[in-house]
Design a protein around this ligand. Sequence first.
Ligand SMILES: Cc1cc2nc3c(=O)[nH]c(=O)nc-3n(C[C@H](O)[C@H](O)[C@H](O)COP(=O)(O)OP(=O)(O)OC[C@H]3O[C@@H](n4cnc5c(N)ncnc54)[C@H](O)[C@@H]3O)c2cc1C
Length: 430
Amino acid sequence: MTDRLAIVGAGAKAVAVAAKAAMLRDMGVATPEIVAVERTAIAANWRAGGGWTDGQHRLGTSPEKDVGFPYRSTILPGRNAELDQRMMGLSWQSYLVATGRFAEWVDRGKPAPTHDTWAGYLRWVGAAAKLNIVEGEVIRLSLDGQSWVLHTGEDTVTADAVMITGPGQPDRSVLPGHRQVLSIAQFWQLAAEHERIDAERVAVIGGGETAASMLNELFKHRVSTITVISPQATLFTRGESFFENRMFSDPTDWTGLTLAERRDVMARTDRGVFSARVQDSLLADDRIRHLRGRVAHGVAADGRIRITLHTDRQGERLETVHGFDLVIDGSGADSLWFLPLLGQDVRDLLEIRLNGPLTSDRLQQAIGADLALTAVRPKLLLPNLSGLIQGPGFPNLSCLGLLSDRVLGGGADGRASYSTTRRNNEHQSL
Ligand SMILES: Cc1cc2nc3c(=O)[nH]c(=O)nc-3n(C[C@H](O)[C@H](O)[C@H](O)COP(=O)(O)OP(=O)(O)OC[C@H]3O[C@@H](n4cnc5c(N)ncnc54)[C@H](O)[C@@H]3O)c2cc1C
């Protein structure tokens, strides 16, 4: 039983969970208290200044994949239709109606909103759900008996369960502090300040949607060639047909696939792929080319940044060096970003429960239906690592309504042992 769930970051996932909890509470169902600890502001990563965008670029997924999507709650047998109906009141379309923009959006052909508009939507839901936010950056996570303690510089928050969200920090770079090397955050800061980038040979490290969004911006600047560096054989286009999308909205058949099949689906649809829209609009430009390899390191020499790449060729590791005038490190998103926050007591607990060091693979394979590490108490929910075992939509925006069912309900069918009437403040689940 969880009385209080603390969420690191007041982003899309925290808002979705708070929205579902608020609707359940309105229906008289006892739910845990949700508290988000946020270092900047609600939906900060979707706005200029958050380090991941200038706010003007557009959402890749449909905005109808909003906090309640796919509107197929299973958490409250007998009352799920009513719950979905209530969640519709917090939908993307309800937001447009509430802010007088619905008809225009439809008449314009339902365009993808900018990241900034999406942040506006998340803030609107957060306010409607009365999301409780503690301001501060979580710098350490420790244990106190059966409780988690989240430490910020000034505060501590105690909770029965913790959920980690967000893509990590956008200020990593292959050569920190060098003026010819930009992190994701530095790149977007320049873009937001309308500073023009002027360079002959530019490299963008990373072949995923973060890099795609940066390419979209980079094309407006004065650059002669852009080399995208990624380990994949080429710049793959994301599979976006009904069959692929369906796996993200509805992971029912996911567990029937072998791990190899799941990894294959994720490689085609999620990791290091560009959306068809990006491929159409950008990659036709003859300034762009692809270089296969993993960046080993970078050094400054003779006015250029020399990047050393490792490539596997028929079992042998090949090392090549390439020179650029400007390098933009777009490889920032890291689902293990929270590991340095863990106190030694937490590391010890996790390593004992997981039978070994905290590798990505070990953590991913230990995630249960409630998106928490199965053997660990108090609960540690890691939705960003749950794609492989629970379904590819959980780390992103593809099924936030299902995510909140799993987090609050605790099971693969999302069903909670909730009572449908509140009894003396007695919490019955999670
Ligand atoms: C440029 C870009 C575009 C994207 N477009 C899409 C898309 O179209 N569709 C899609 O499905 N996915 C997209 N994604 C992936 C996206 O990150 C996730 O889908 C979604 O935002 C994840 O929600 P979240 O709640 O985990 O994180 P976020 O919405 O990113 O929120 C994380 C929050 O945590 C806060 N935070 C971080 N560290 C700390 C700390 N130590 N202490 C306190 N607070 C902290 C941040 O300030 C932020 O507010 C995109 C990602 C990027 C970078």
